[in-house]
Design a protein around this ligand. Structure first.
Ligand SMILES: *Cc1c(COP(=O)(O)O)cnc(C)c1O
Length: 360
């Protein structure tokens, strides 16, 4: 078999998402489980997005608008950029793939942090690209080390800000200093999947940094605060030259009819975003406090999840929590940690109570 694929695909471990609720039901028969494993919005999507999806269902025999004209127009107003600077993906995940597949060859090199969004490594390995995974320091991006890992072959640096799974962020000062240190030929992708959740005053809005660095790409998604993870809609904002190249590789109908309709409607429901952020802010504080009272370490988070260091093998804790009907996310690269999404008040209470029992 191993002659069929390049060695880096041979060595690849598939992405493991959070355990689906249905799978837990199949395995343990638990019907009322709570899933706090994939950083989904516990409030669900905006009612306006749901309504738009229902309205669009009748037309699913039609191919989607390959240019996503209406969504592009609405988003370009929303962001204050030209429509030609937007590239849509089936999740921002697909834009990450497009970046690597369009701009790198096996002779090239990409850089990201370790840990960071696990798809960076998977996509790089799948493309057979060389990469450096630069360890974080004190639970945050070590941007000086990331810059130092850039070589003459480096085409792309991926920074998730905030970082998943850490929940921490790089400040505006740190990021500007970093951009100054990067050769201007390198593409820097700022992955802002959790942008809307951040309230730190020194968090840099990637859109404003675009004027500071020519080859900056900002990645955003409808999967997290917009609550549309199941429809797969994300996008990148990039210089038009880069968008043009990625478009040559992009599958024409990557953003399906329902995703386009839902995302368009979701952009008009600022109240839903605000409500979601406010719930998260309050619950994140109380979850963090309650977990610390259990004697575990909680990394200060700017996102809709917290990284928890249990200071023991996390796998048995994860398994025992499943039996309590609580799904969190184990993180193989951090064997003493779990990542826990902030849910509703009752979901969080269930999680904390379960963990209290499991930790004994
Ligand atoms: C969730 C996530 C994404 C991508 O999500 P999509 O559903 O593909 O849009 C990208 N980056 C980070 C850091 C994430 O956590």
């Amino acid at each position: 078999m191993n002659s069929l694929v390049i060695p880096s695909i041979e060595a690849l471990k598939p992405y493991e998402g959070g355990k689906p609720l249905e799978e837990l039901y199949r395995e343990l028969g638990i019907t009322d489980a709570v899933k706090l494993a994939s950083n989904e919005n516990p409030l669900g999507p905006s009612p306006m997005a749901l309504k738009a999806v229902k309205g669009a269902v009748d037309d699913i025999h039609r191919y989607p608008d390959a240019q996503a004209f209406r969504l592009r127009q609405r988003l370009s107003e929303h962001l204050g950029v030209s429509g030609e600077e937007i590239i849509f993906g089936a999740g921002s995940n697909e834009v990450i793939e497009l970046l690597i597949r369009t701009f790198t060859t096996a002779a090239d090199h990409v850089v990201f942090s370790e840990p960071s969004f696990s798809m960076y490594r998977i996509v790089a390995m799948g493309a057979g690209v060389q990469f450096s995974a630069v360890p974080v320091r004190n639970w945050t991006h070590d941007l000086e080390a990331v810059a130092a890992a850039v070589t003459e072959s480096t085409r792309l640096v991926l920074i998730d800000n905030p970082n998943n799974p850490l929940g921490t962020y790089a400040s505006e000062t740190a990021l500007l200093r970093f951009l100054e240190a990067i050769p201007k030929t390198v593409i820097v992708a700022l992955d802002e999947a959790y942008f809307e959740y951040v309230d730190a005053a020194d968090y840099p809005d990637g859109m404003r940094l675009r004027s500071e660095y020519e080859r900056l790409v900002v990645l955003r998604t409808f999967s997290k605060i917009y609550g549309l993870a199941g429809l797969r809609a994300g996008y990148g904002i990039a210089p038009r030259g880069l968008v043009d190249y990625m478009n040559r590789l992009r599958a024409p109908f990557n953003l399906n009819n329902l995703a386009q309709a839902a995302a368009l409607a979701a952009l008009s429901d600022a109240d839903h975003v605000k409500r979601s952020k406010e719930l998260n802010r309050l619950e994140r504080a109380s979850v963090s406090r309650a977990l610390r009272e259990l004697g575990v370490d909680v990394v200060p988070s700017q996102t809709n999840f917290v990284l928890v260091d249990l200071h023991r093998d996390a796998m048995p804790v994860y398994e025992a929590l499943l039996k309590h009907g609580v799904i969190v996310r184990p993180l193989p690269p951090l064997p003493s940690c779990v990542r826990i999404t902030i849910g509703t008040r009752s979901e969080n209470t269930r999680m904390v109570d379960g963990l209290r029992e499991v930790l004994g």
